[in-house]
Design a binder for this molecule. Sequence first.
Ligand code: XMP
Length: 512
Amino acid sequence: RILILDFGSQVTQLIARRVRESGVYCEIWPFTATDEKIREFNPRGIILSGSPASVHDENAPAIPEIVFSLNRPVLGICYGQQAMCQKLGGKVETHEHREFGRAYIDIAEDCALFRGVWARGKREQVWMSHGDRVTQLPPGFRAVAYSEGAPFAIIADEGRRLYGVQFHPEVVHTPHGAALIRNFTHNVAGCSGTWTMAGFRELEIARIRKQVGNGRVICGLSGGVDSSVAAKLIHDAIGDQLTCIFVDPGILRAGEADEVVKTFRGRFNIRLVHRDASDLFLGELAGVKDPEVKRKTIGRLFIEVFEEEAAKLGGAQFLAQGTLYPDVIESVSFTGGPSVTIKSHHNVGGLPERMNMQLVEPLRELFKDEVRELGRELGIPENIVGRHPFPGPGLAIRIPGDIDREKLDLLRKVDAIYLEEIRNAGLYDAIWQAFAVLLPVRTVGVMGDGRTYDQACALRAVTSTDGMTAEVYPFDFAFLNRVAGRIVNEVRGINRVTYDITSKPPGTIEWE
Ligand code: XMP
């Protein structure tokens, strides 16, 4: 196993992801971890992360003493390299030639760190982001690669198995970065690479049992991937000590509420409270036009109803959440404590503080695709595990303006046809999100011999890797034609279909 010491870089989690991808178990600890704990963990290798700090800062995060006396390989990345050099007797300077973004390094010598990946004499693309740089190597080190801005782009002391890189191998912009990290975990540190998601499952189950003991846990279930995987994992760990609360706000897609209940109560035998709160939600949303007010109203009601149901159950000490790593931008502050910021989209962000419960968050180290893989490992059906992201405010933000039951029913019918066609065409997995929007306009049409004056709808489908940017999915025209034909023929009240061809930016994925 590998230990990653975090000095506060925004991309530390990506190092962990790359290590996991190489089939090796790892944990991320703050740099303030004690020598004793590190010795006990007994890592085969240690990776030192980057940091927004400079080694010249007054309270610069320091490498724990024990790191260099364990006699295990160490890889310092960016700040990790600089801090290592400073500690072992080299020199680090702040230089005018800063490098940010794509850069090229020249490989001057062979080195175990990149054997089989890069070779002497080659020029390779990497991703740099640094102001400081090493200017003098500590005794025992040699430079094996250099770039224009960093004379010591890769350094090595092969005797002691200490390595440092100025660039970031963990980000995808360093094309062979993953192979380099794999080389470190396998060839340098000697890990076997047999660790899998099944291993993660076992470990998390043990962790959950240890955290919860005989306590009781409640978990909000939404039908989405994250809460589904969290609930199943926790249930595998503690069985009936877990109760799930599923609040149906009346703004879900066709058939979704039934599916949640059938899968979790019926198939998995998980204790489930199903509260149909659609009257309450739709009552409070009546006449509300502003999208932000809709969001806030829905968020507040979710919390209120959830609290009400939790109070009825009584006596739970733990609240489970399917928080993923991207939801939590965690940075280590230099006094040691991690500080947490939650995305504003996070709909129940205020819940934990209000409920005064301890959090169980078994997915907080994972990225979305890893959660899906874990979900498959847990036997969760593909229609849930592979589901497109669905926003907390649901269909309410897919009907510009105010909403009511009638509009929702109309939109559900359109959406169901659209998704059915996408699935039938085998395109579902190639798309990040696909959905229909009910437009608040009426247009004239002709059907049979008669004139119609009905509503219009828009179809949207985008590809994306994280929802931050998105490209329109290029359906072929025959597909769109078929979907549009079915919608106007099968859904009474819709007489016009449009396809949204706006990418993000400048558009957003949702219409509100
Ligand atoms: P936008 O519309 O901002 O969406 O491009 C980016 C991603 O976030 C989802 N989204 C939300 N998710 N609560 C959520 O839980 C929200 O209020 C919300 N608004 C947008 C959207 O579906 C897309 O995946």
